[in-house]
Design a binder for this molecule. Structure first.
Ligand code: FAD
Length: 497
């Protein structure tokens, strides 16, 4: 592998991935490298991707963004959870919140205590002990100023993705990122090493670089079209292969959560922004035609649409190597997992952070590339398993799609996780799994898995003490609610002052 100093970083693509990469690399490495971004307005961006998960706060804070300004600029709202309707069975709902239920004892997670209490006749469910859930149901939100970890609320945002990209573009350019408008229609490679040397634009301009970030979207212009990296296809597990998106007018209070509503062969998202709802249907083209998909979506909008349907085809899976030669694939060029748990923007963030940790300023080293690829693979697979869980564990009998995914063979890693939880309620977090135990717990229980046993430590608490403890925890969790503003009041105050 050729080793030459990395001075010029070239980013191909100006979607969410391109601008997130540009702004963070410039912010962190701006004194060491030059950053140039090439994008083509004629091609445009995918134009979806509006729900996020809590680590986005870290991204924004590294950039030094003011939260109120960010909310205003991107028409954002607060996201405390995803509410899943009809996933376990028709007319059943559960939440996957960014919070955690109850309070654990040393070595004994809260749900073991709760399960014992339930076995003894205590009438309560997991989510009643989760402040995020209580706020979702009450449609309330404000940051709680507390030292008590039991009252911490994880949250993320829903935002207008094109406004977010425009906001990051403005910041990037202020910091000195060079933006070049133009369509790339050729790529020069080094004869022996195969490293990319430059991008040739339609107007003849040549953009040279030492390291290329491929943010060209699903086409994967550098990583796939030029370097033939290959793709690992996961569509036998995740069988949806299309989406149709359509914004609509706002019609209800601003919910502090995303809605995910399962249909007979896919699911619909509803994302409340300040100025509109983002909607879409993710579906299997083996089950719905385009017309059927649009009809299902429009029948379930509950308010007038604000645009024409935007159809998107995808193939679930990942690029075999996220880093190949001197090209790092970030965003949709690196793979695709459906937006059920809003993980794509996070994958962009973690890919750039991983690159920054392993930045090859002295030249590209093969072992560093291998490590980067290993970590990326694990991350993709863990998220893949979490998404498959939602499909696989279901009790629906009303459509062949749901019956088939219930009976499909699943990855061994997920099988193992489900088996252990079913046996004794144990959950484990491996190698920095993005989703903590509380996430796995909520989805496993929400989808209908009830462990056969609980941890024996729960037996160590006498019944009256256990019941008292649960009542106390519930009271502590409920206490802040009365004082919290509604989500709408919170947004109005922050965005209009
Ligand atoms: P794109 O937006 O496609 O950008 C590609 C860029 O490359 C464009 O600027 C284009 O001009 C440029 N380009 C391409 N070819 C050339 C060329 N030849 N010359 C010059 N420029 C070129 N993620 C979430 O986190 N949350 C969600 O809720 C969510 N919802 C989604 C819903 C759907 C239906 C889909 C499909 C995705 C969703 N995602 C979501 C994923 C999210 O949209 C993407 O991860 C994100 O938008 C990043 O896209 P990108 O920047 O990689 O690609």
């Amino acid at each position: 592998m050729t080793k030459s100093l990395i001075k010029n970083v070239v980013i191909l693509g100006g979607g969410t991935a391109g601008w997130m990469s540009a702004v963070l690399i410039k912010k962190v490495m701006g004194s060491v490298v030059n950053v140039e971004l090439v994008e083509s307005e004629a091609i445009g961006t995918i134009g979806v991707g509006e729900a996020t998960i809590p680590p986005i706060q870290l991204f924004n804070s590294v950039l030094g963004l003011n939260e109120a300004e960010f909310l205003r600029e991107t028409k954002a709202t607060i996201k405390l959870a995803i509410k899943f309707d009809n996933w376990k069975e028709l007319n059943h709902s559960y939440y996957h919140t960014f919070g955690a239920a109850g309070k654990s004892l040393a070595f004994c997670h809260f749900h073991h205590l709760l399960q014992r209490a339930q076995n003894l006749g205590h009438q309560s469910h997991l989510w009643e002990y989760d402040l995020n859930y209580l706020c979702c149901e009450a449609e309330k939100f404000a940051k709680i100023n507390t030292q008590d970890p039991i009252l911490e609320m994880g949250y993320a945002y829903h935002f207008d993705a094109s406004l977010y990209a425009a906001y990051l573009r403005k910041l990037s350019e202020q910091m000195g990122v060079k933006r070049t408008e133009g369509m790339v229609n050729d790529v020069k490679q080094h004869k022996e090493s195969g490293f990319i040397e430059s991008l040739i634009l339609k107007d003849g301009q040549e953009i040279q670089g030492d390291l290329f970030i491929d943010c060209s979207g699903m086409a994967g212009l550098l990583t796939e079209k030029k370097l033939n990296t290959g793709y690992e296809d996961w569509s036998h597990w995740l069988r949806c292969d299309r989406a149709v998106a359509m914004p609509s007018e706002r019609f209800e209070n601003t919910l502090p959560y995303t809605r995910s509503i399962a249909h007979t062969a896919g699911w619909q998202w509803r994302i409340p922004l300040q100025h509109r709802n983002g909607n879409g249907l993710v579906y299997s083209s083996h089950h719905y035609s385009e017309d059927e998909a649009v009809n299902i979506l429009t029948d379930n909008l509950e308010s007038p649409s604000l645009g024409d349907p935007n159809f998107i085809r995808f193939r679930t899976g990942r690029r075999r190597k996220q880093w190949n030669k001197n090209v790092i694939a970030v965003g949709l060029s690196s793979g695709f997992l459906e937006p059920l748990e809003s993980t794509s923007i996070h994958l962009i963030q973690s890919a750039i952070v991983r690159l920054l940790h392993n930045f090859p300023h002295q030249g590209i080293d093969e072992s560093q590339v291998a490590e980067y690829n290993k970590q990326s693979k694990i991350e993709y697979e863990q998220i893949r398993d979490f998404i498959i869980l939602h499909y696989h564990v279901n009790e629906r009998t009303d459509s062949q799609f749901w019956i088939d995914v219930r009976h499909m063979d699943i990855p061994a890693s997920l099988k193992h996780k489900i088996k252990i939880f079913k046996e004794n309620g144990q959950l484990f977090r491996e190698q920095e799994d993005l989703f903590a135990e509380s996430s796995w717990l909520q989805v496993m229980m929400g989808q209908g898995i009830q462990p056969r046993d609980y941890h024996p430590l729960a037996d160590g608490v006498p019944q009256d003490k256990l019941f008292n403890m649960l009542d106390q925890i519930k009271a502590i969790k409920q206490e802040p609610l009365a004082k919290l503003p509604t989500h709408d009041e919170f947004l109005n105050k922050l965005c209009n002052t």
